[in-house]
Ligand binder design. Structure first.
Ligand code: ADP
Length: 368
């Protein structure tokens, strides 16, 4: 019969068994940086020998680990930081030269009297999970690309088919039909304009994706002056529809951004507000500081957006049922571009709308 184990030995045995079966590689280091415990999974993950590790300075193990990392300096700096800040916990993902990815956690260990005893390190091989996530992202990228090409083809085909059909009708005799030929020609020109609008929108989009707008220079922009100029720029449409625009911008409020980007963002929102307003409508443009952010808003009292369309409003080519029912022309690319621009500089965009009542877009930007 084996000798009876003391209570302390029993709990040590249970703990060591438990440590042996967890998926994490565990390493325990005392406050002087000496290795006091590790499990088998730890040595397996890092290809380290089991013998001679306990009691050795942690530094030697760190060196062997460093040789296997893609960014050894970064890891070393973070380890040094943790030894300098013994109370901190941290987590990171480590890329290994052999293609594996490890998740690393580290936390301090305290004795019962709250004195620092040392530090525990956990390493988990998450290579498979990462590959799965990458595969999903790639599949989603392909799906979006396919959907985009299908949308573009569909959008281009609709006006093209109409132009072809009406031209053929004219050539097949309708040219002599004095009553209808002008109507047919007007339809052809309307579809040609739609085609131009689509192609212009696509070009804008591809320019954006080629990142030439991202690369543009950032300057400090006085929002009050900028918005005033933007409103002046759409005066013809404001006059035509008898729209009134009011501007609320705190004096001296500035944002550091590329002027062209801001023009695209606010210009698109303002164009839409005018386009989807009924004659005689009102538009409100505002810019204000909210905490550390700057919030730009464009509100109108126009046709609004049906609740069912709201979640899709920033998708490329999506046009709300309300806009289509009111026969307002558009290509559904402007808001997708705005969202992409806003998010590319760490901002966010939101929309509130009620059909028949109006719409408010809010863009939140970091000031610098
Ligand atoms: P579009 O060229 O169709 O206006 P956008 O991408 O700018 O394309 O907008 C997408 C859709 O969002 C529009 O087709 C319209 O249905 C809706 N929308 C955008 N802004 C407004 C607004 N201010 N009022 C009502 N609907 C809007």
């Amino acid at each position: 019969m084996p000798p009876a184990l003391s209570r302390a030995d029993q709990s040590e045995l249970i703990l060591s068994k438990a440590h042996a079966s967890v998926p994490d590689g565990i390493l325990v280091v005392d406050s002087k940086g000496k290795i006091v415990a590790f499990n088998r999974r730890f040595t397996l993950l890092w290809g380290l020998p089991n013998k001679g590790l306990r009691g050795s300075p942690d530094r030697a193990t760190v060196r062997r680990v460093l040789d296997q990392l893609v960014d050894p300096q970064g890891f070393q700096a973070r380890v040094r930081y943790l030894y300098d800040h013994p109370r901190e916990r941290s987590r990171e993902e480590l890329l290994l030269k052999d293609g594996r990815v490890f998740e690393r956690h580290s936390a301090p260990i305290f004795s019962a009297d709250r004195r620092q005893y040392g530090r525990v390190w956990y390493f988990r091989d998450i290579t498979e999970r990462k590959r799965g996530e990458e595969r999903l992202r790639e599949r989603e990228r392909l799906r979006l690309h396919r959907e985009f090409v299908a949308n573009v083809s569909h959008e281009l085909r609709t006006p093209l088919t109409a132009i072809e059909g009406f031209t053929e009708t004219l050539l097949n005799g309708a040219l002599d039909d004095a009553r209808n030929r002008r109507r047919f020609l007007r339809t052809i020109i309307a579809h040609s304009r739609r085609l131009r609008q689509l192609v212009d929108g696509l070009l804008d989009f591809s320019r954006q994706e080629a990142a030439d707008l991202h690369a543009a220079k950032e300057t400090e922009i006085d929002l009050r002056r900028f918005i005033k100029d933007l409103i002046l720029g759409i005066r013809p449409v404001l006059r035509r529809k008898s729209l009134a625009v009011s501007q609320y911008v705190e004096r001296g409020l500035t944002v550091r951004i590329c002027e062209l980007q801001l023009c695209r963002i606010l210009g698109n929102l303002l164009d839409n507000a005018a386009k989807y307003s009924r004659p005689g409508g009102r538009i409100r443009v505002a810019a204000e500081r909210k905490g550390s952010r700057i919030v730009l808003s464009v509100e109108d009292r126009g046709i609004g957006i049906a609740a069912a369309d709201l979640p899709k409003i920033f998708d490329r080519f999506h046009r709300s049922s309300t806009a289509r029912r009111h026969g307002v022309a558009g290509n559904g690319l402007g808001l997708a571009l705005v969202k992409q621009l806003v998010e590319s500089r760490g901002g966010s965009i939101g929309v509130e709308s009620r059909e028949g009542k109006g719409t408010a877009f809010r863009v939140s930007l970091k000031p610098a």
